[in-house]
Design a protein around this ligand. Structure first.
Ligand code: GN1
Ligand code: MG
Length: 357
């Protein structure tokens, strides 16, 4: 299958003037294609992870329209992604080999960041994710498909993790005893928020659920935030998940897959910057309990990712894309180191949050 087939399906010109694969993202395959001075992002959806990709595209149609309608005129162009329609009017295309494709206009002069050494940039990131939640606060959650059921249901994540530990399909349990023991020891911390939500103590809202800092587009020159991208997992969720995942990714001294875990840990300066931006936006709509559990969100999300990366390693690496064979165990160890550090700094996190509530 050639990309040309996809161009034709989305009514783009036949010949591109440049095509690069974008390495960001652990799931889908992303291409940036240029046609003269206009560029597009074309993505091939990973259908091992997303079993019903047409449901994603239905969610995305609704959510982007909702945001578009709310944006002031001067932001409508670059403040939300504009997905391409295919010839048949659908916002996706199934190629001749069964691959599932979608595309959107590349936002002119935009960049993403994989790390946030500059706290003020990370404060803007916090405000952008907070704003995203506000924009969707009146969206009808019942109209959204639950794309990956139980995505952040850590009780369920733990259950299937222990199943794979018992089955040991790749014969890797023996070499990962230390990591398995750690995750056993913090199971209650990891399951805290699901329990609270099930008891009705925390409301479900429409959340992004994958708030890595590189899911925000910034203007290349002014560094102002433009649009939130990667809307695949917009579903009902907890505020703390969005806050927590952003902290997990962006307030870590190291990358999420740093092999030298002596470099890994929670940077309280970046934590404070993000908190200032995020809490500043949601302060008036969030409940007391939601605000009190933001720091738990950081710990829960980090434990969740440790569980998921290790699960995938034990399962023979079926879910996440790998850059090298040990990638998943390296990721898991890094998340474990970060979770351990966060648990030590819980009180400091809470003191910071209180400052901005
Ligand atoms: C995956 O592909 P990407 O980078 O947007 C994953 C997230 C993880 C993340 C960890 C659908 O996101 O849940 O937090 O990797 N997305 C899915 O880097 O599983
Ligand atoms: Mg994603």
């Amino acid at each position: 299958m050639e990309l040309k087939e996809v161009y034709t399906a989305f009514m783009l010109p036949e010949k591109d003037t440049g095509c690069t694969v974008i390495k960001n993202g652990n799931i889908n395959k992303t291409h940036k294609v240029d046609f003269g001075d206009k560029s597009y992002i074309l993505q091939k959806i990973n259908t091992y992870v997303f079993k019903k990709p047409q449901y994603i595209m239905s969610n995305i149609r609704g959510v982007t329209r909702h945001i578009y309608d709310k944006l002031p005129d001067e932001k409508k162009d670059r403040g939300v992604l504009h997905y391409l329609d295919a010839r048949d009017g659908k916002n996706y295309y199934t190629d001749s080999e069964g691959g599932f494709w979608r595309g959107y206009g590349f936002v002119p002069n935009s960049v993403t960041f994989d790390s946030f050494e500059d706290p003020s940039l990370f404060e803007s990131a916090g405000a952008a994710f907070g704003e995203f939640q506000l924009l969707l606060s009146d969206y009808d959650a019942g109209s959204l498909y639950e794309i990956i059921p139980g995505f952040h249901d850590t009780k369920n994540r733990y259950r299937s993790f222990f199943e794979v530990v018992d089955a040991d399909p790749a014969g890797r349990v023996k070499e990962t005893q230390k990591e398995i023991e750690f995750l056993k020891s913090c199971r209650a911390d990891g399951e805290l928020l699901v329990d609270m939500q099930k008891r009705g103590e925390l409301p479900l809202r429409v959340t992004h659920n994958d708030t890595k800092g590189n899911n925000i587009l910034f203007d290349k020159d002014t560094k102002e935030t433009l649009a939130i991208i990667d809307l695949d997992t917009v579903m009902p969720g907890l505020v703390a998940y969005d806050f927590g995942d952003a902290i997990r990714f962006g307030a870590n001294f190291s990358d999420e897959d740093e092999p030298d875990i002596s470099k890994t840990g929670l940077d309280l300066i970046r934590f404070e910057a993000f908190t200032k931006g995020f809490v500043g936006k949601i302060r008036n709509t969030a409940t007391q309990k939601e605000l009190e559990t933001l720091s738990d969100g950081a710990i829960v999300m980090t434990i969740e990712l440790a569980v998921r990366f290790l699960h995938d390693y034990l399962d023979g690496d079926k879910y996440f894309k790998l850059n090298y064979p040990e990638h998943n165990i390296v990721r898991a160890r890094c998340q474990i180191a970060l979770a351990a550090d966060m648990m030590k700094k819980k009180k400091q996190m809470d003191d910071i949050i209180k400052k901005y509530v």
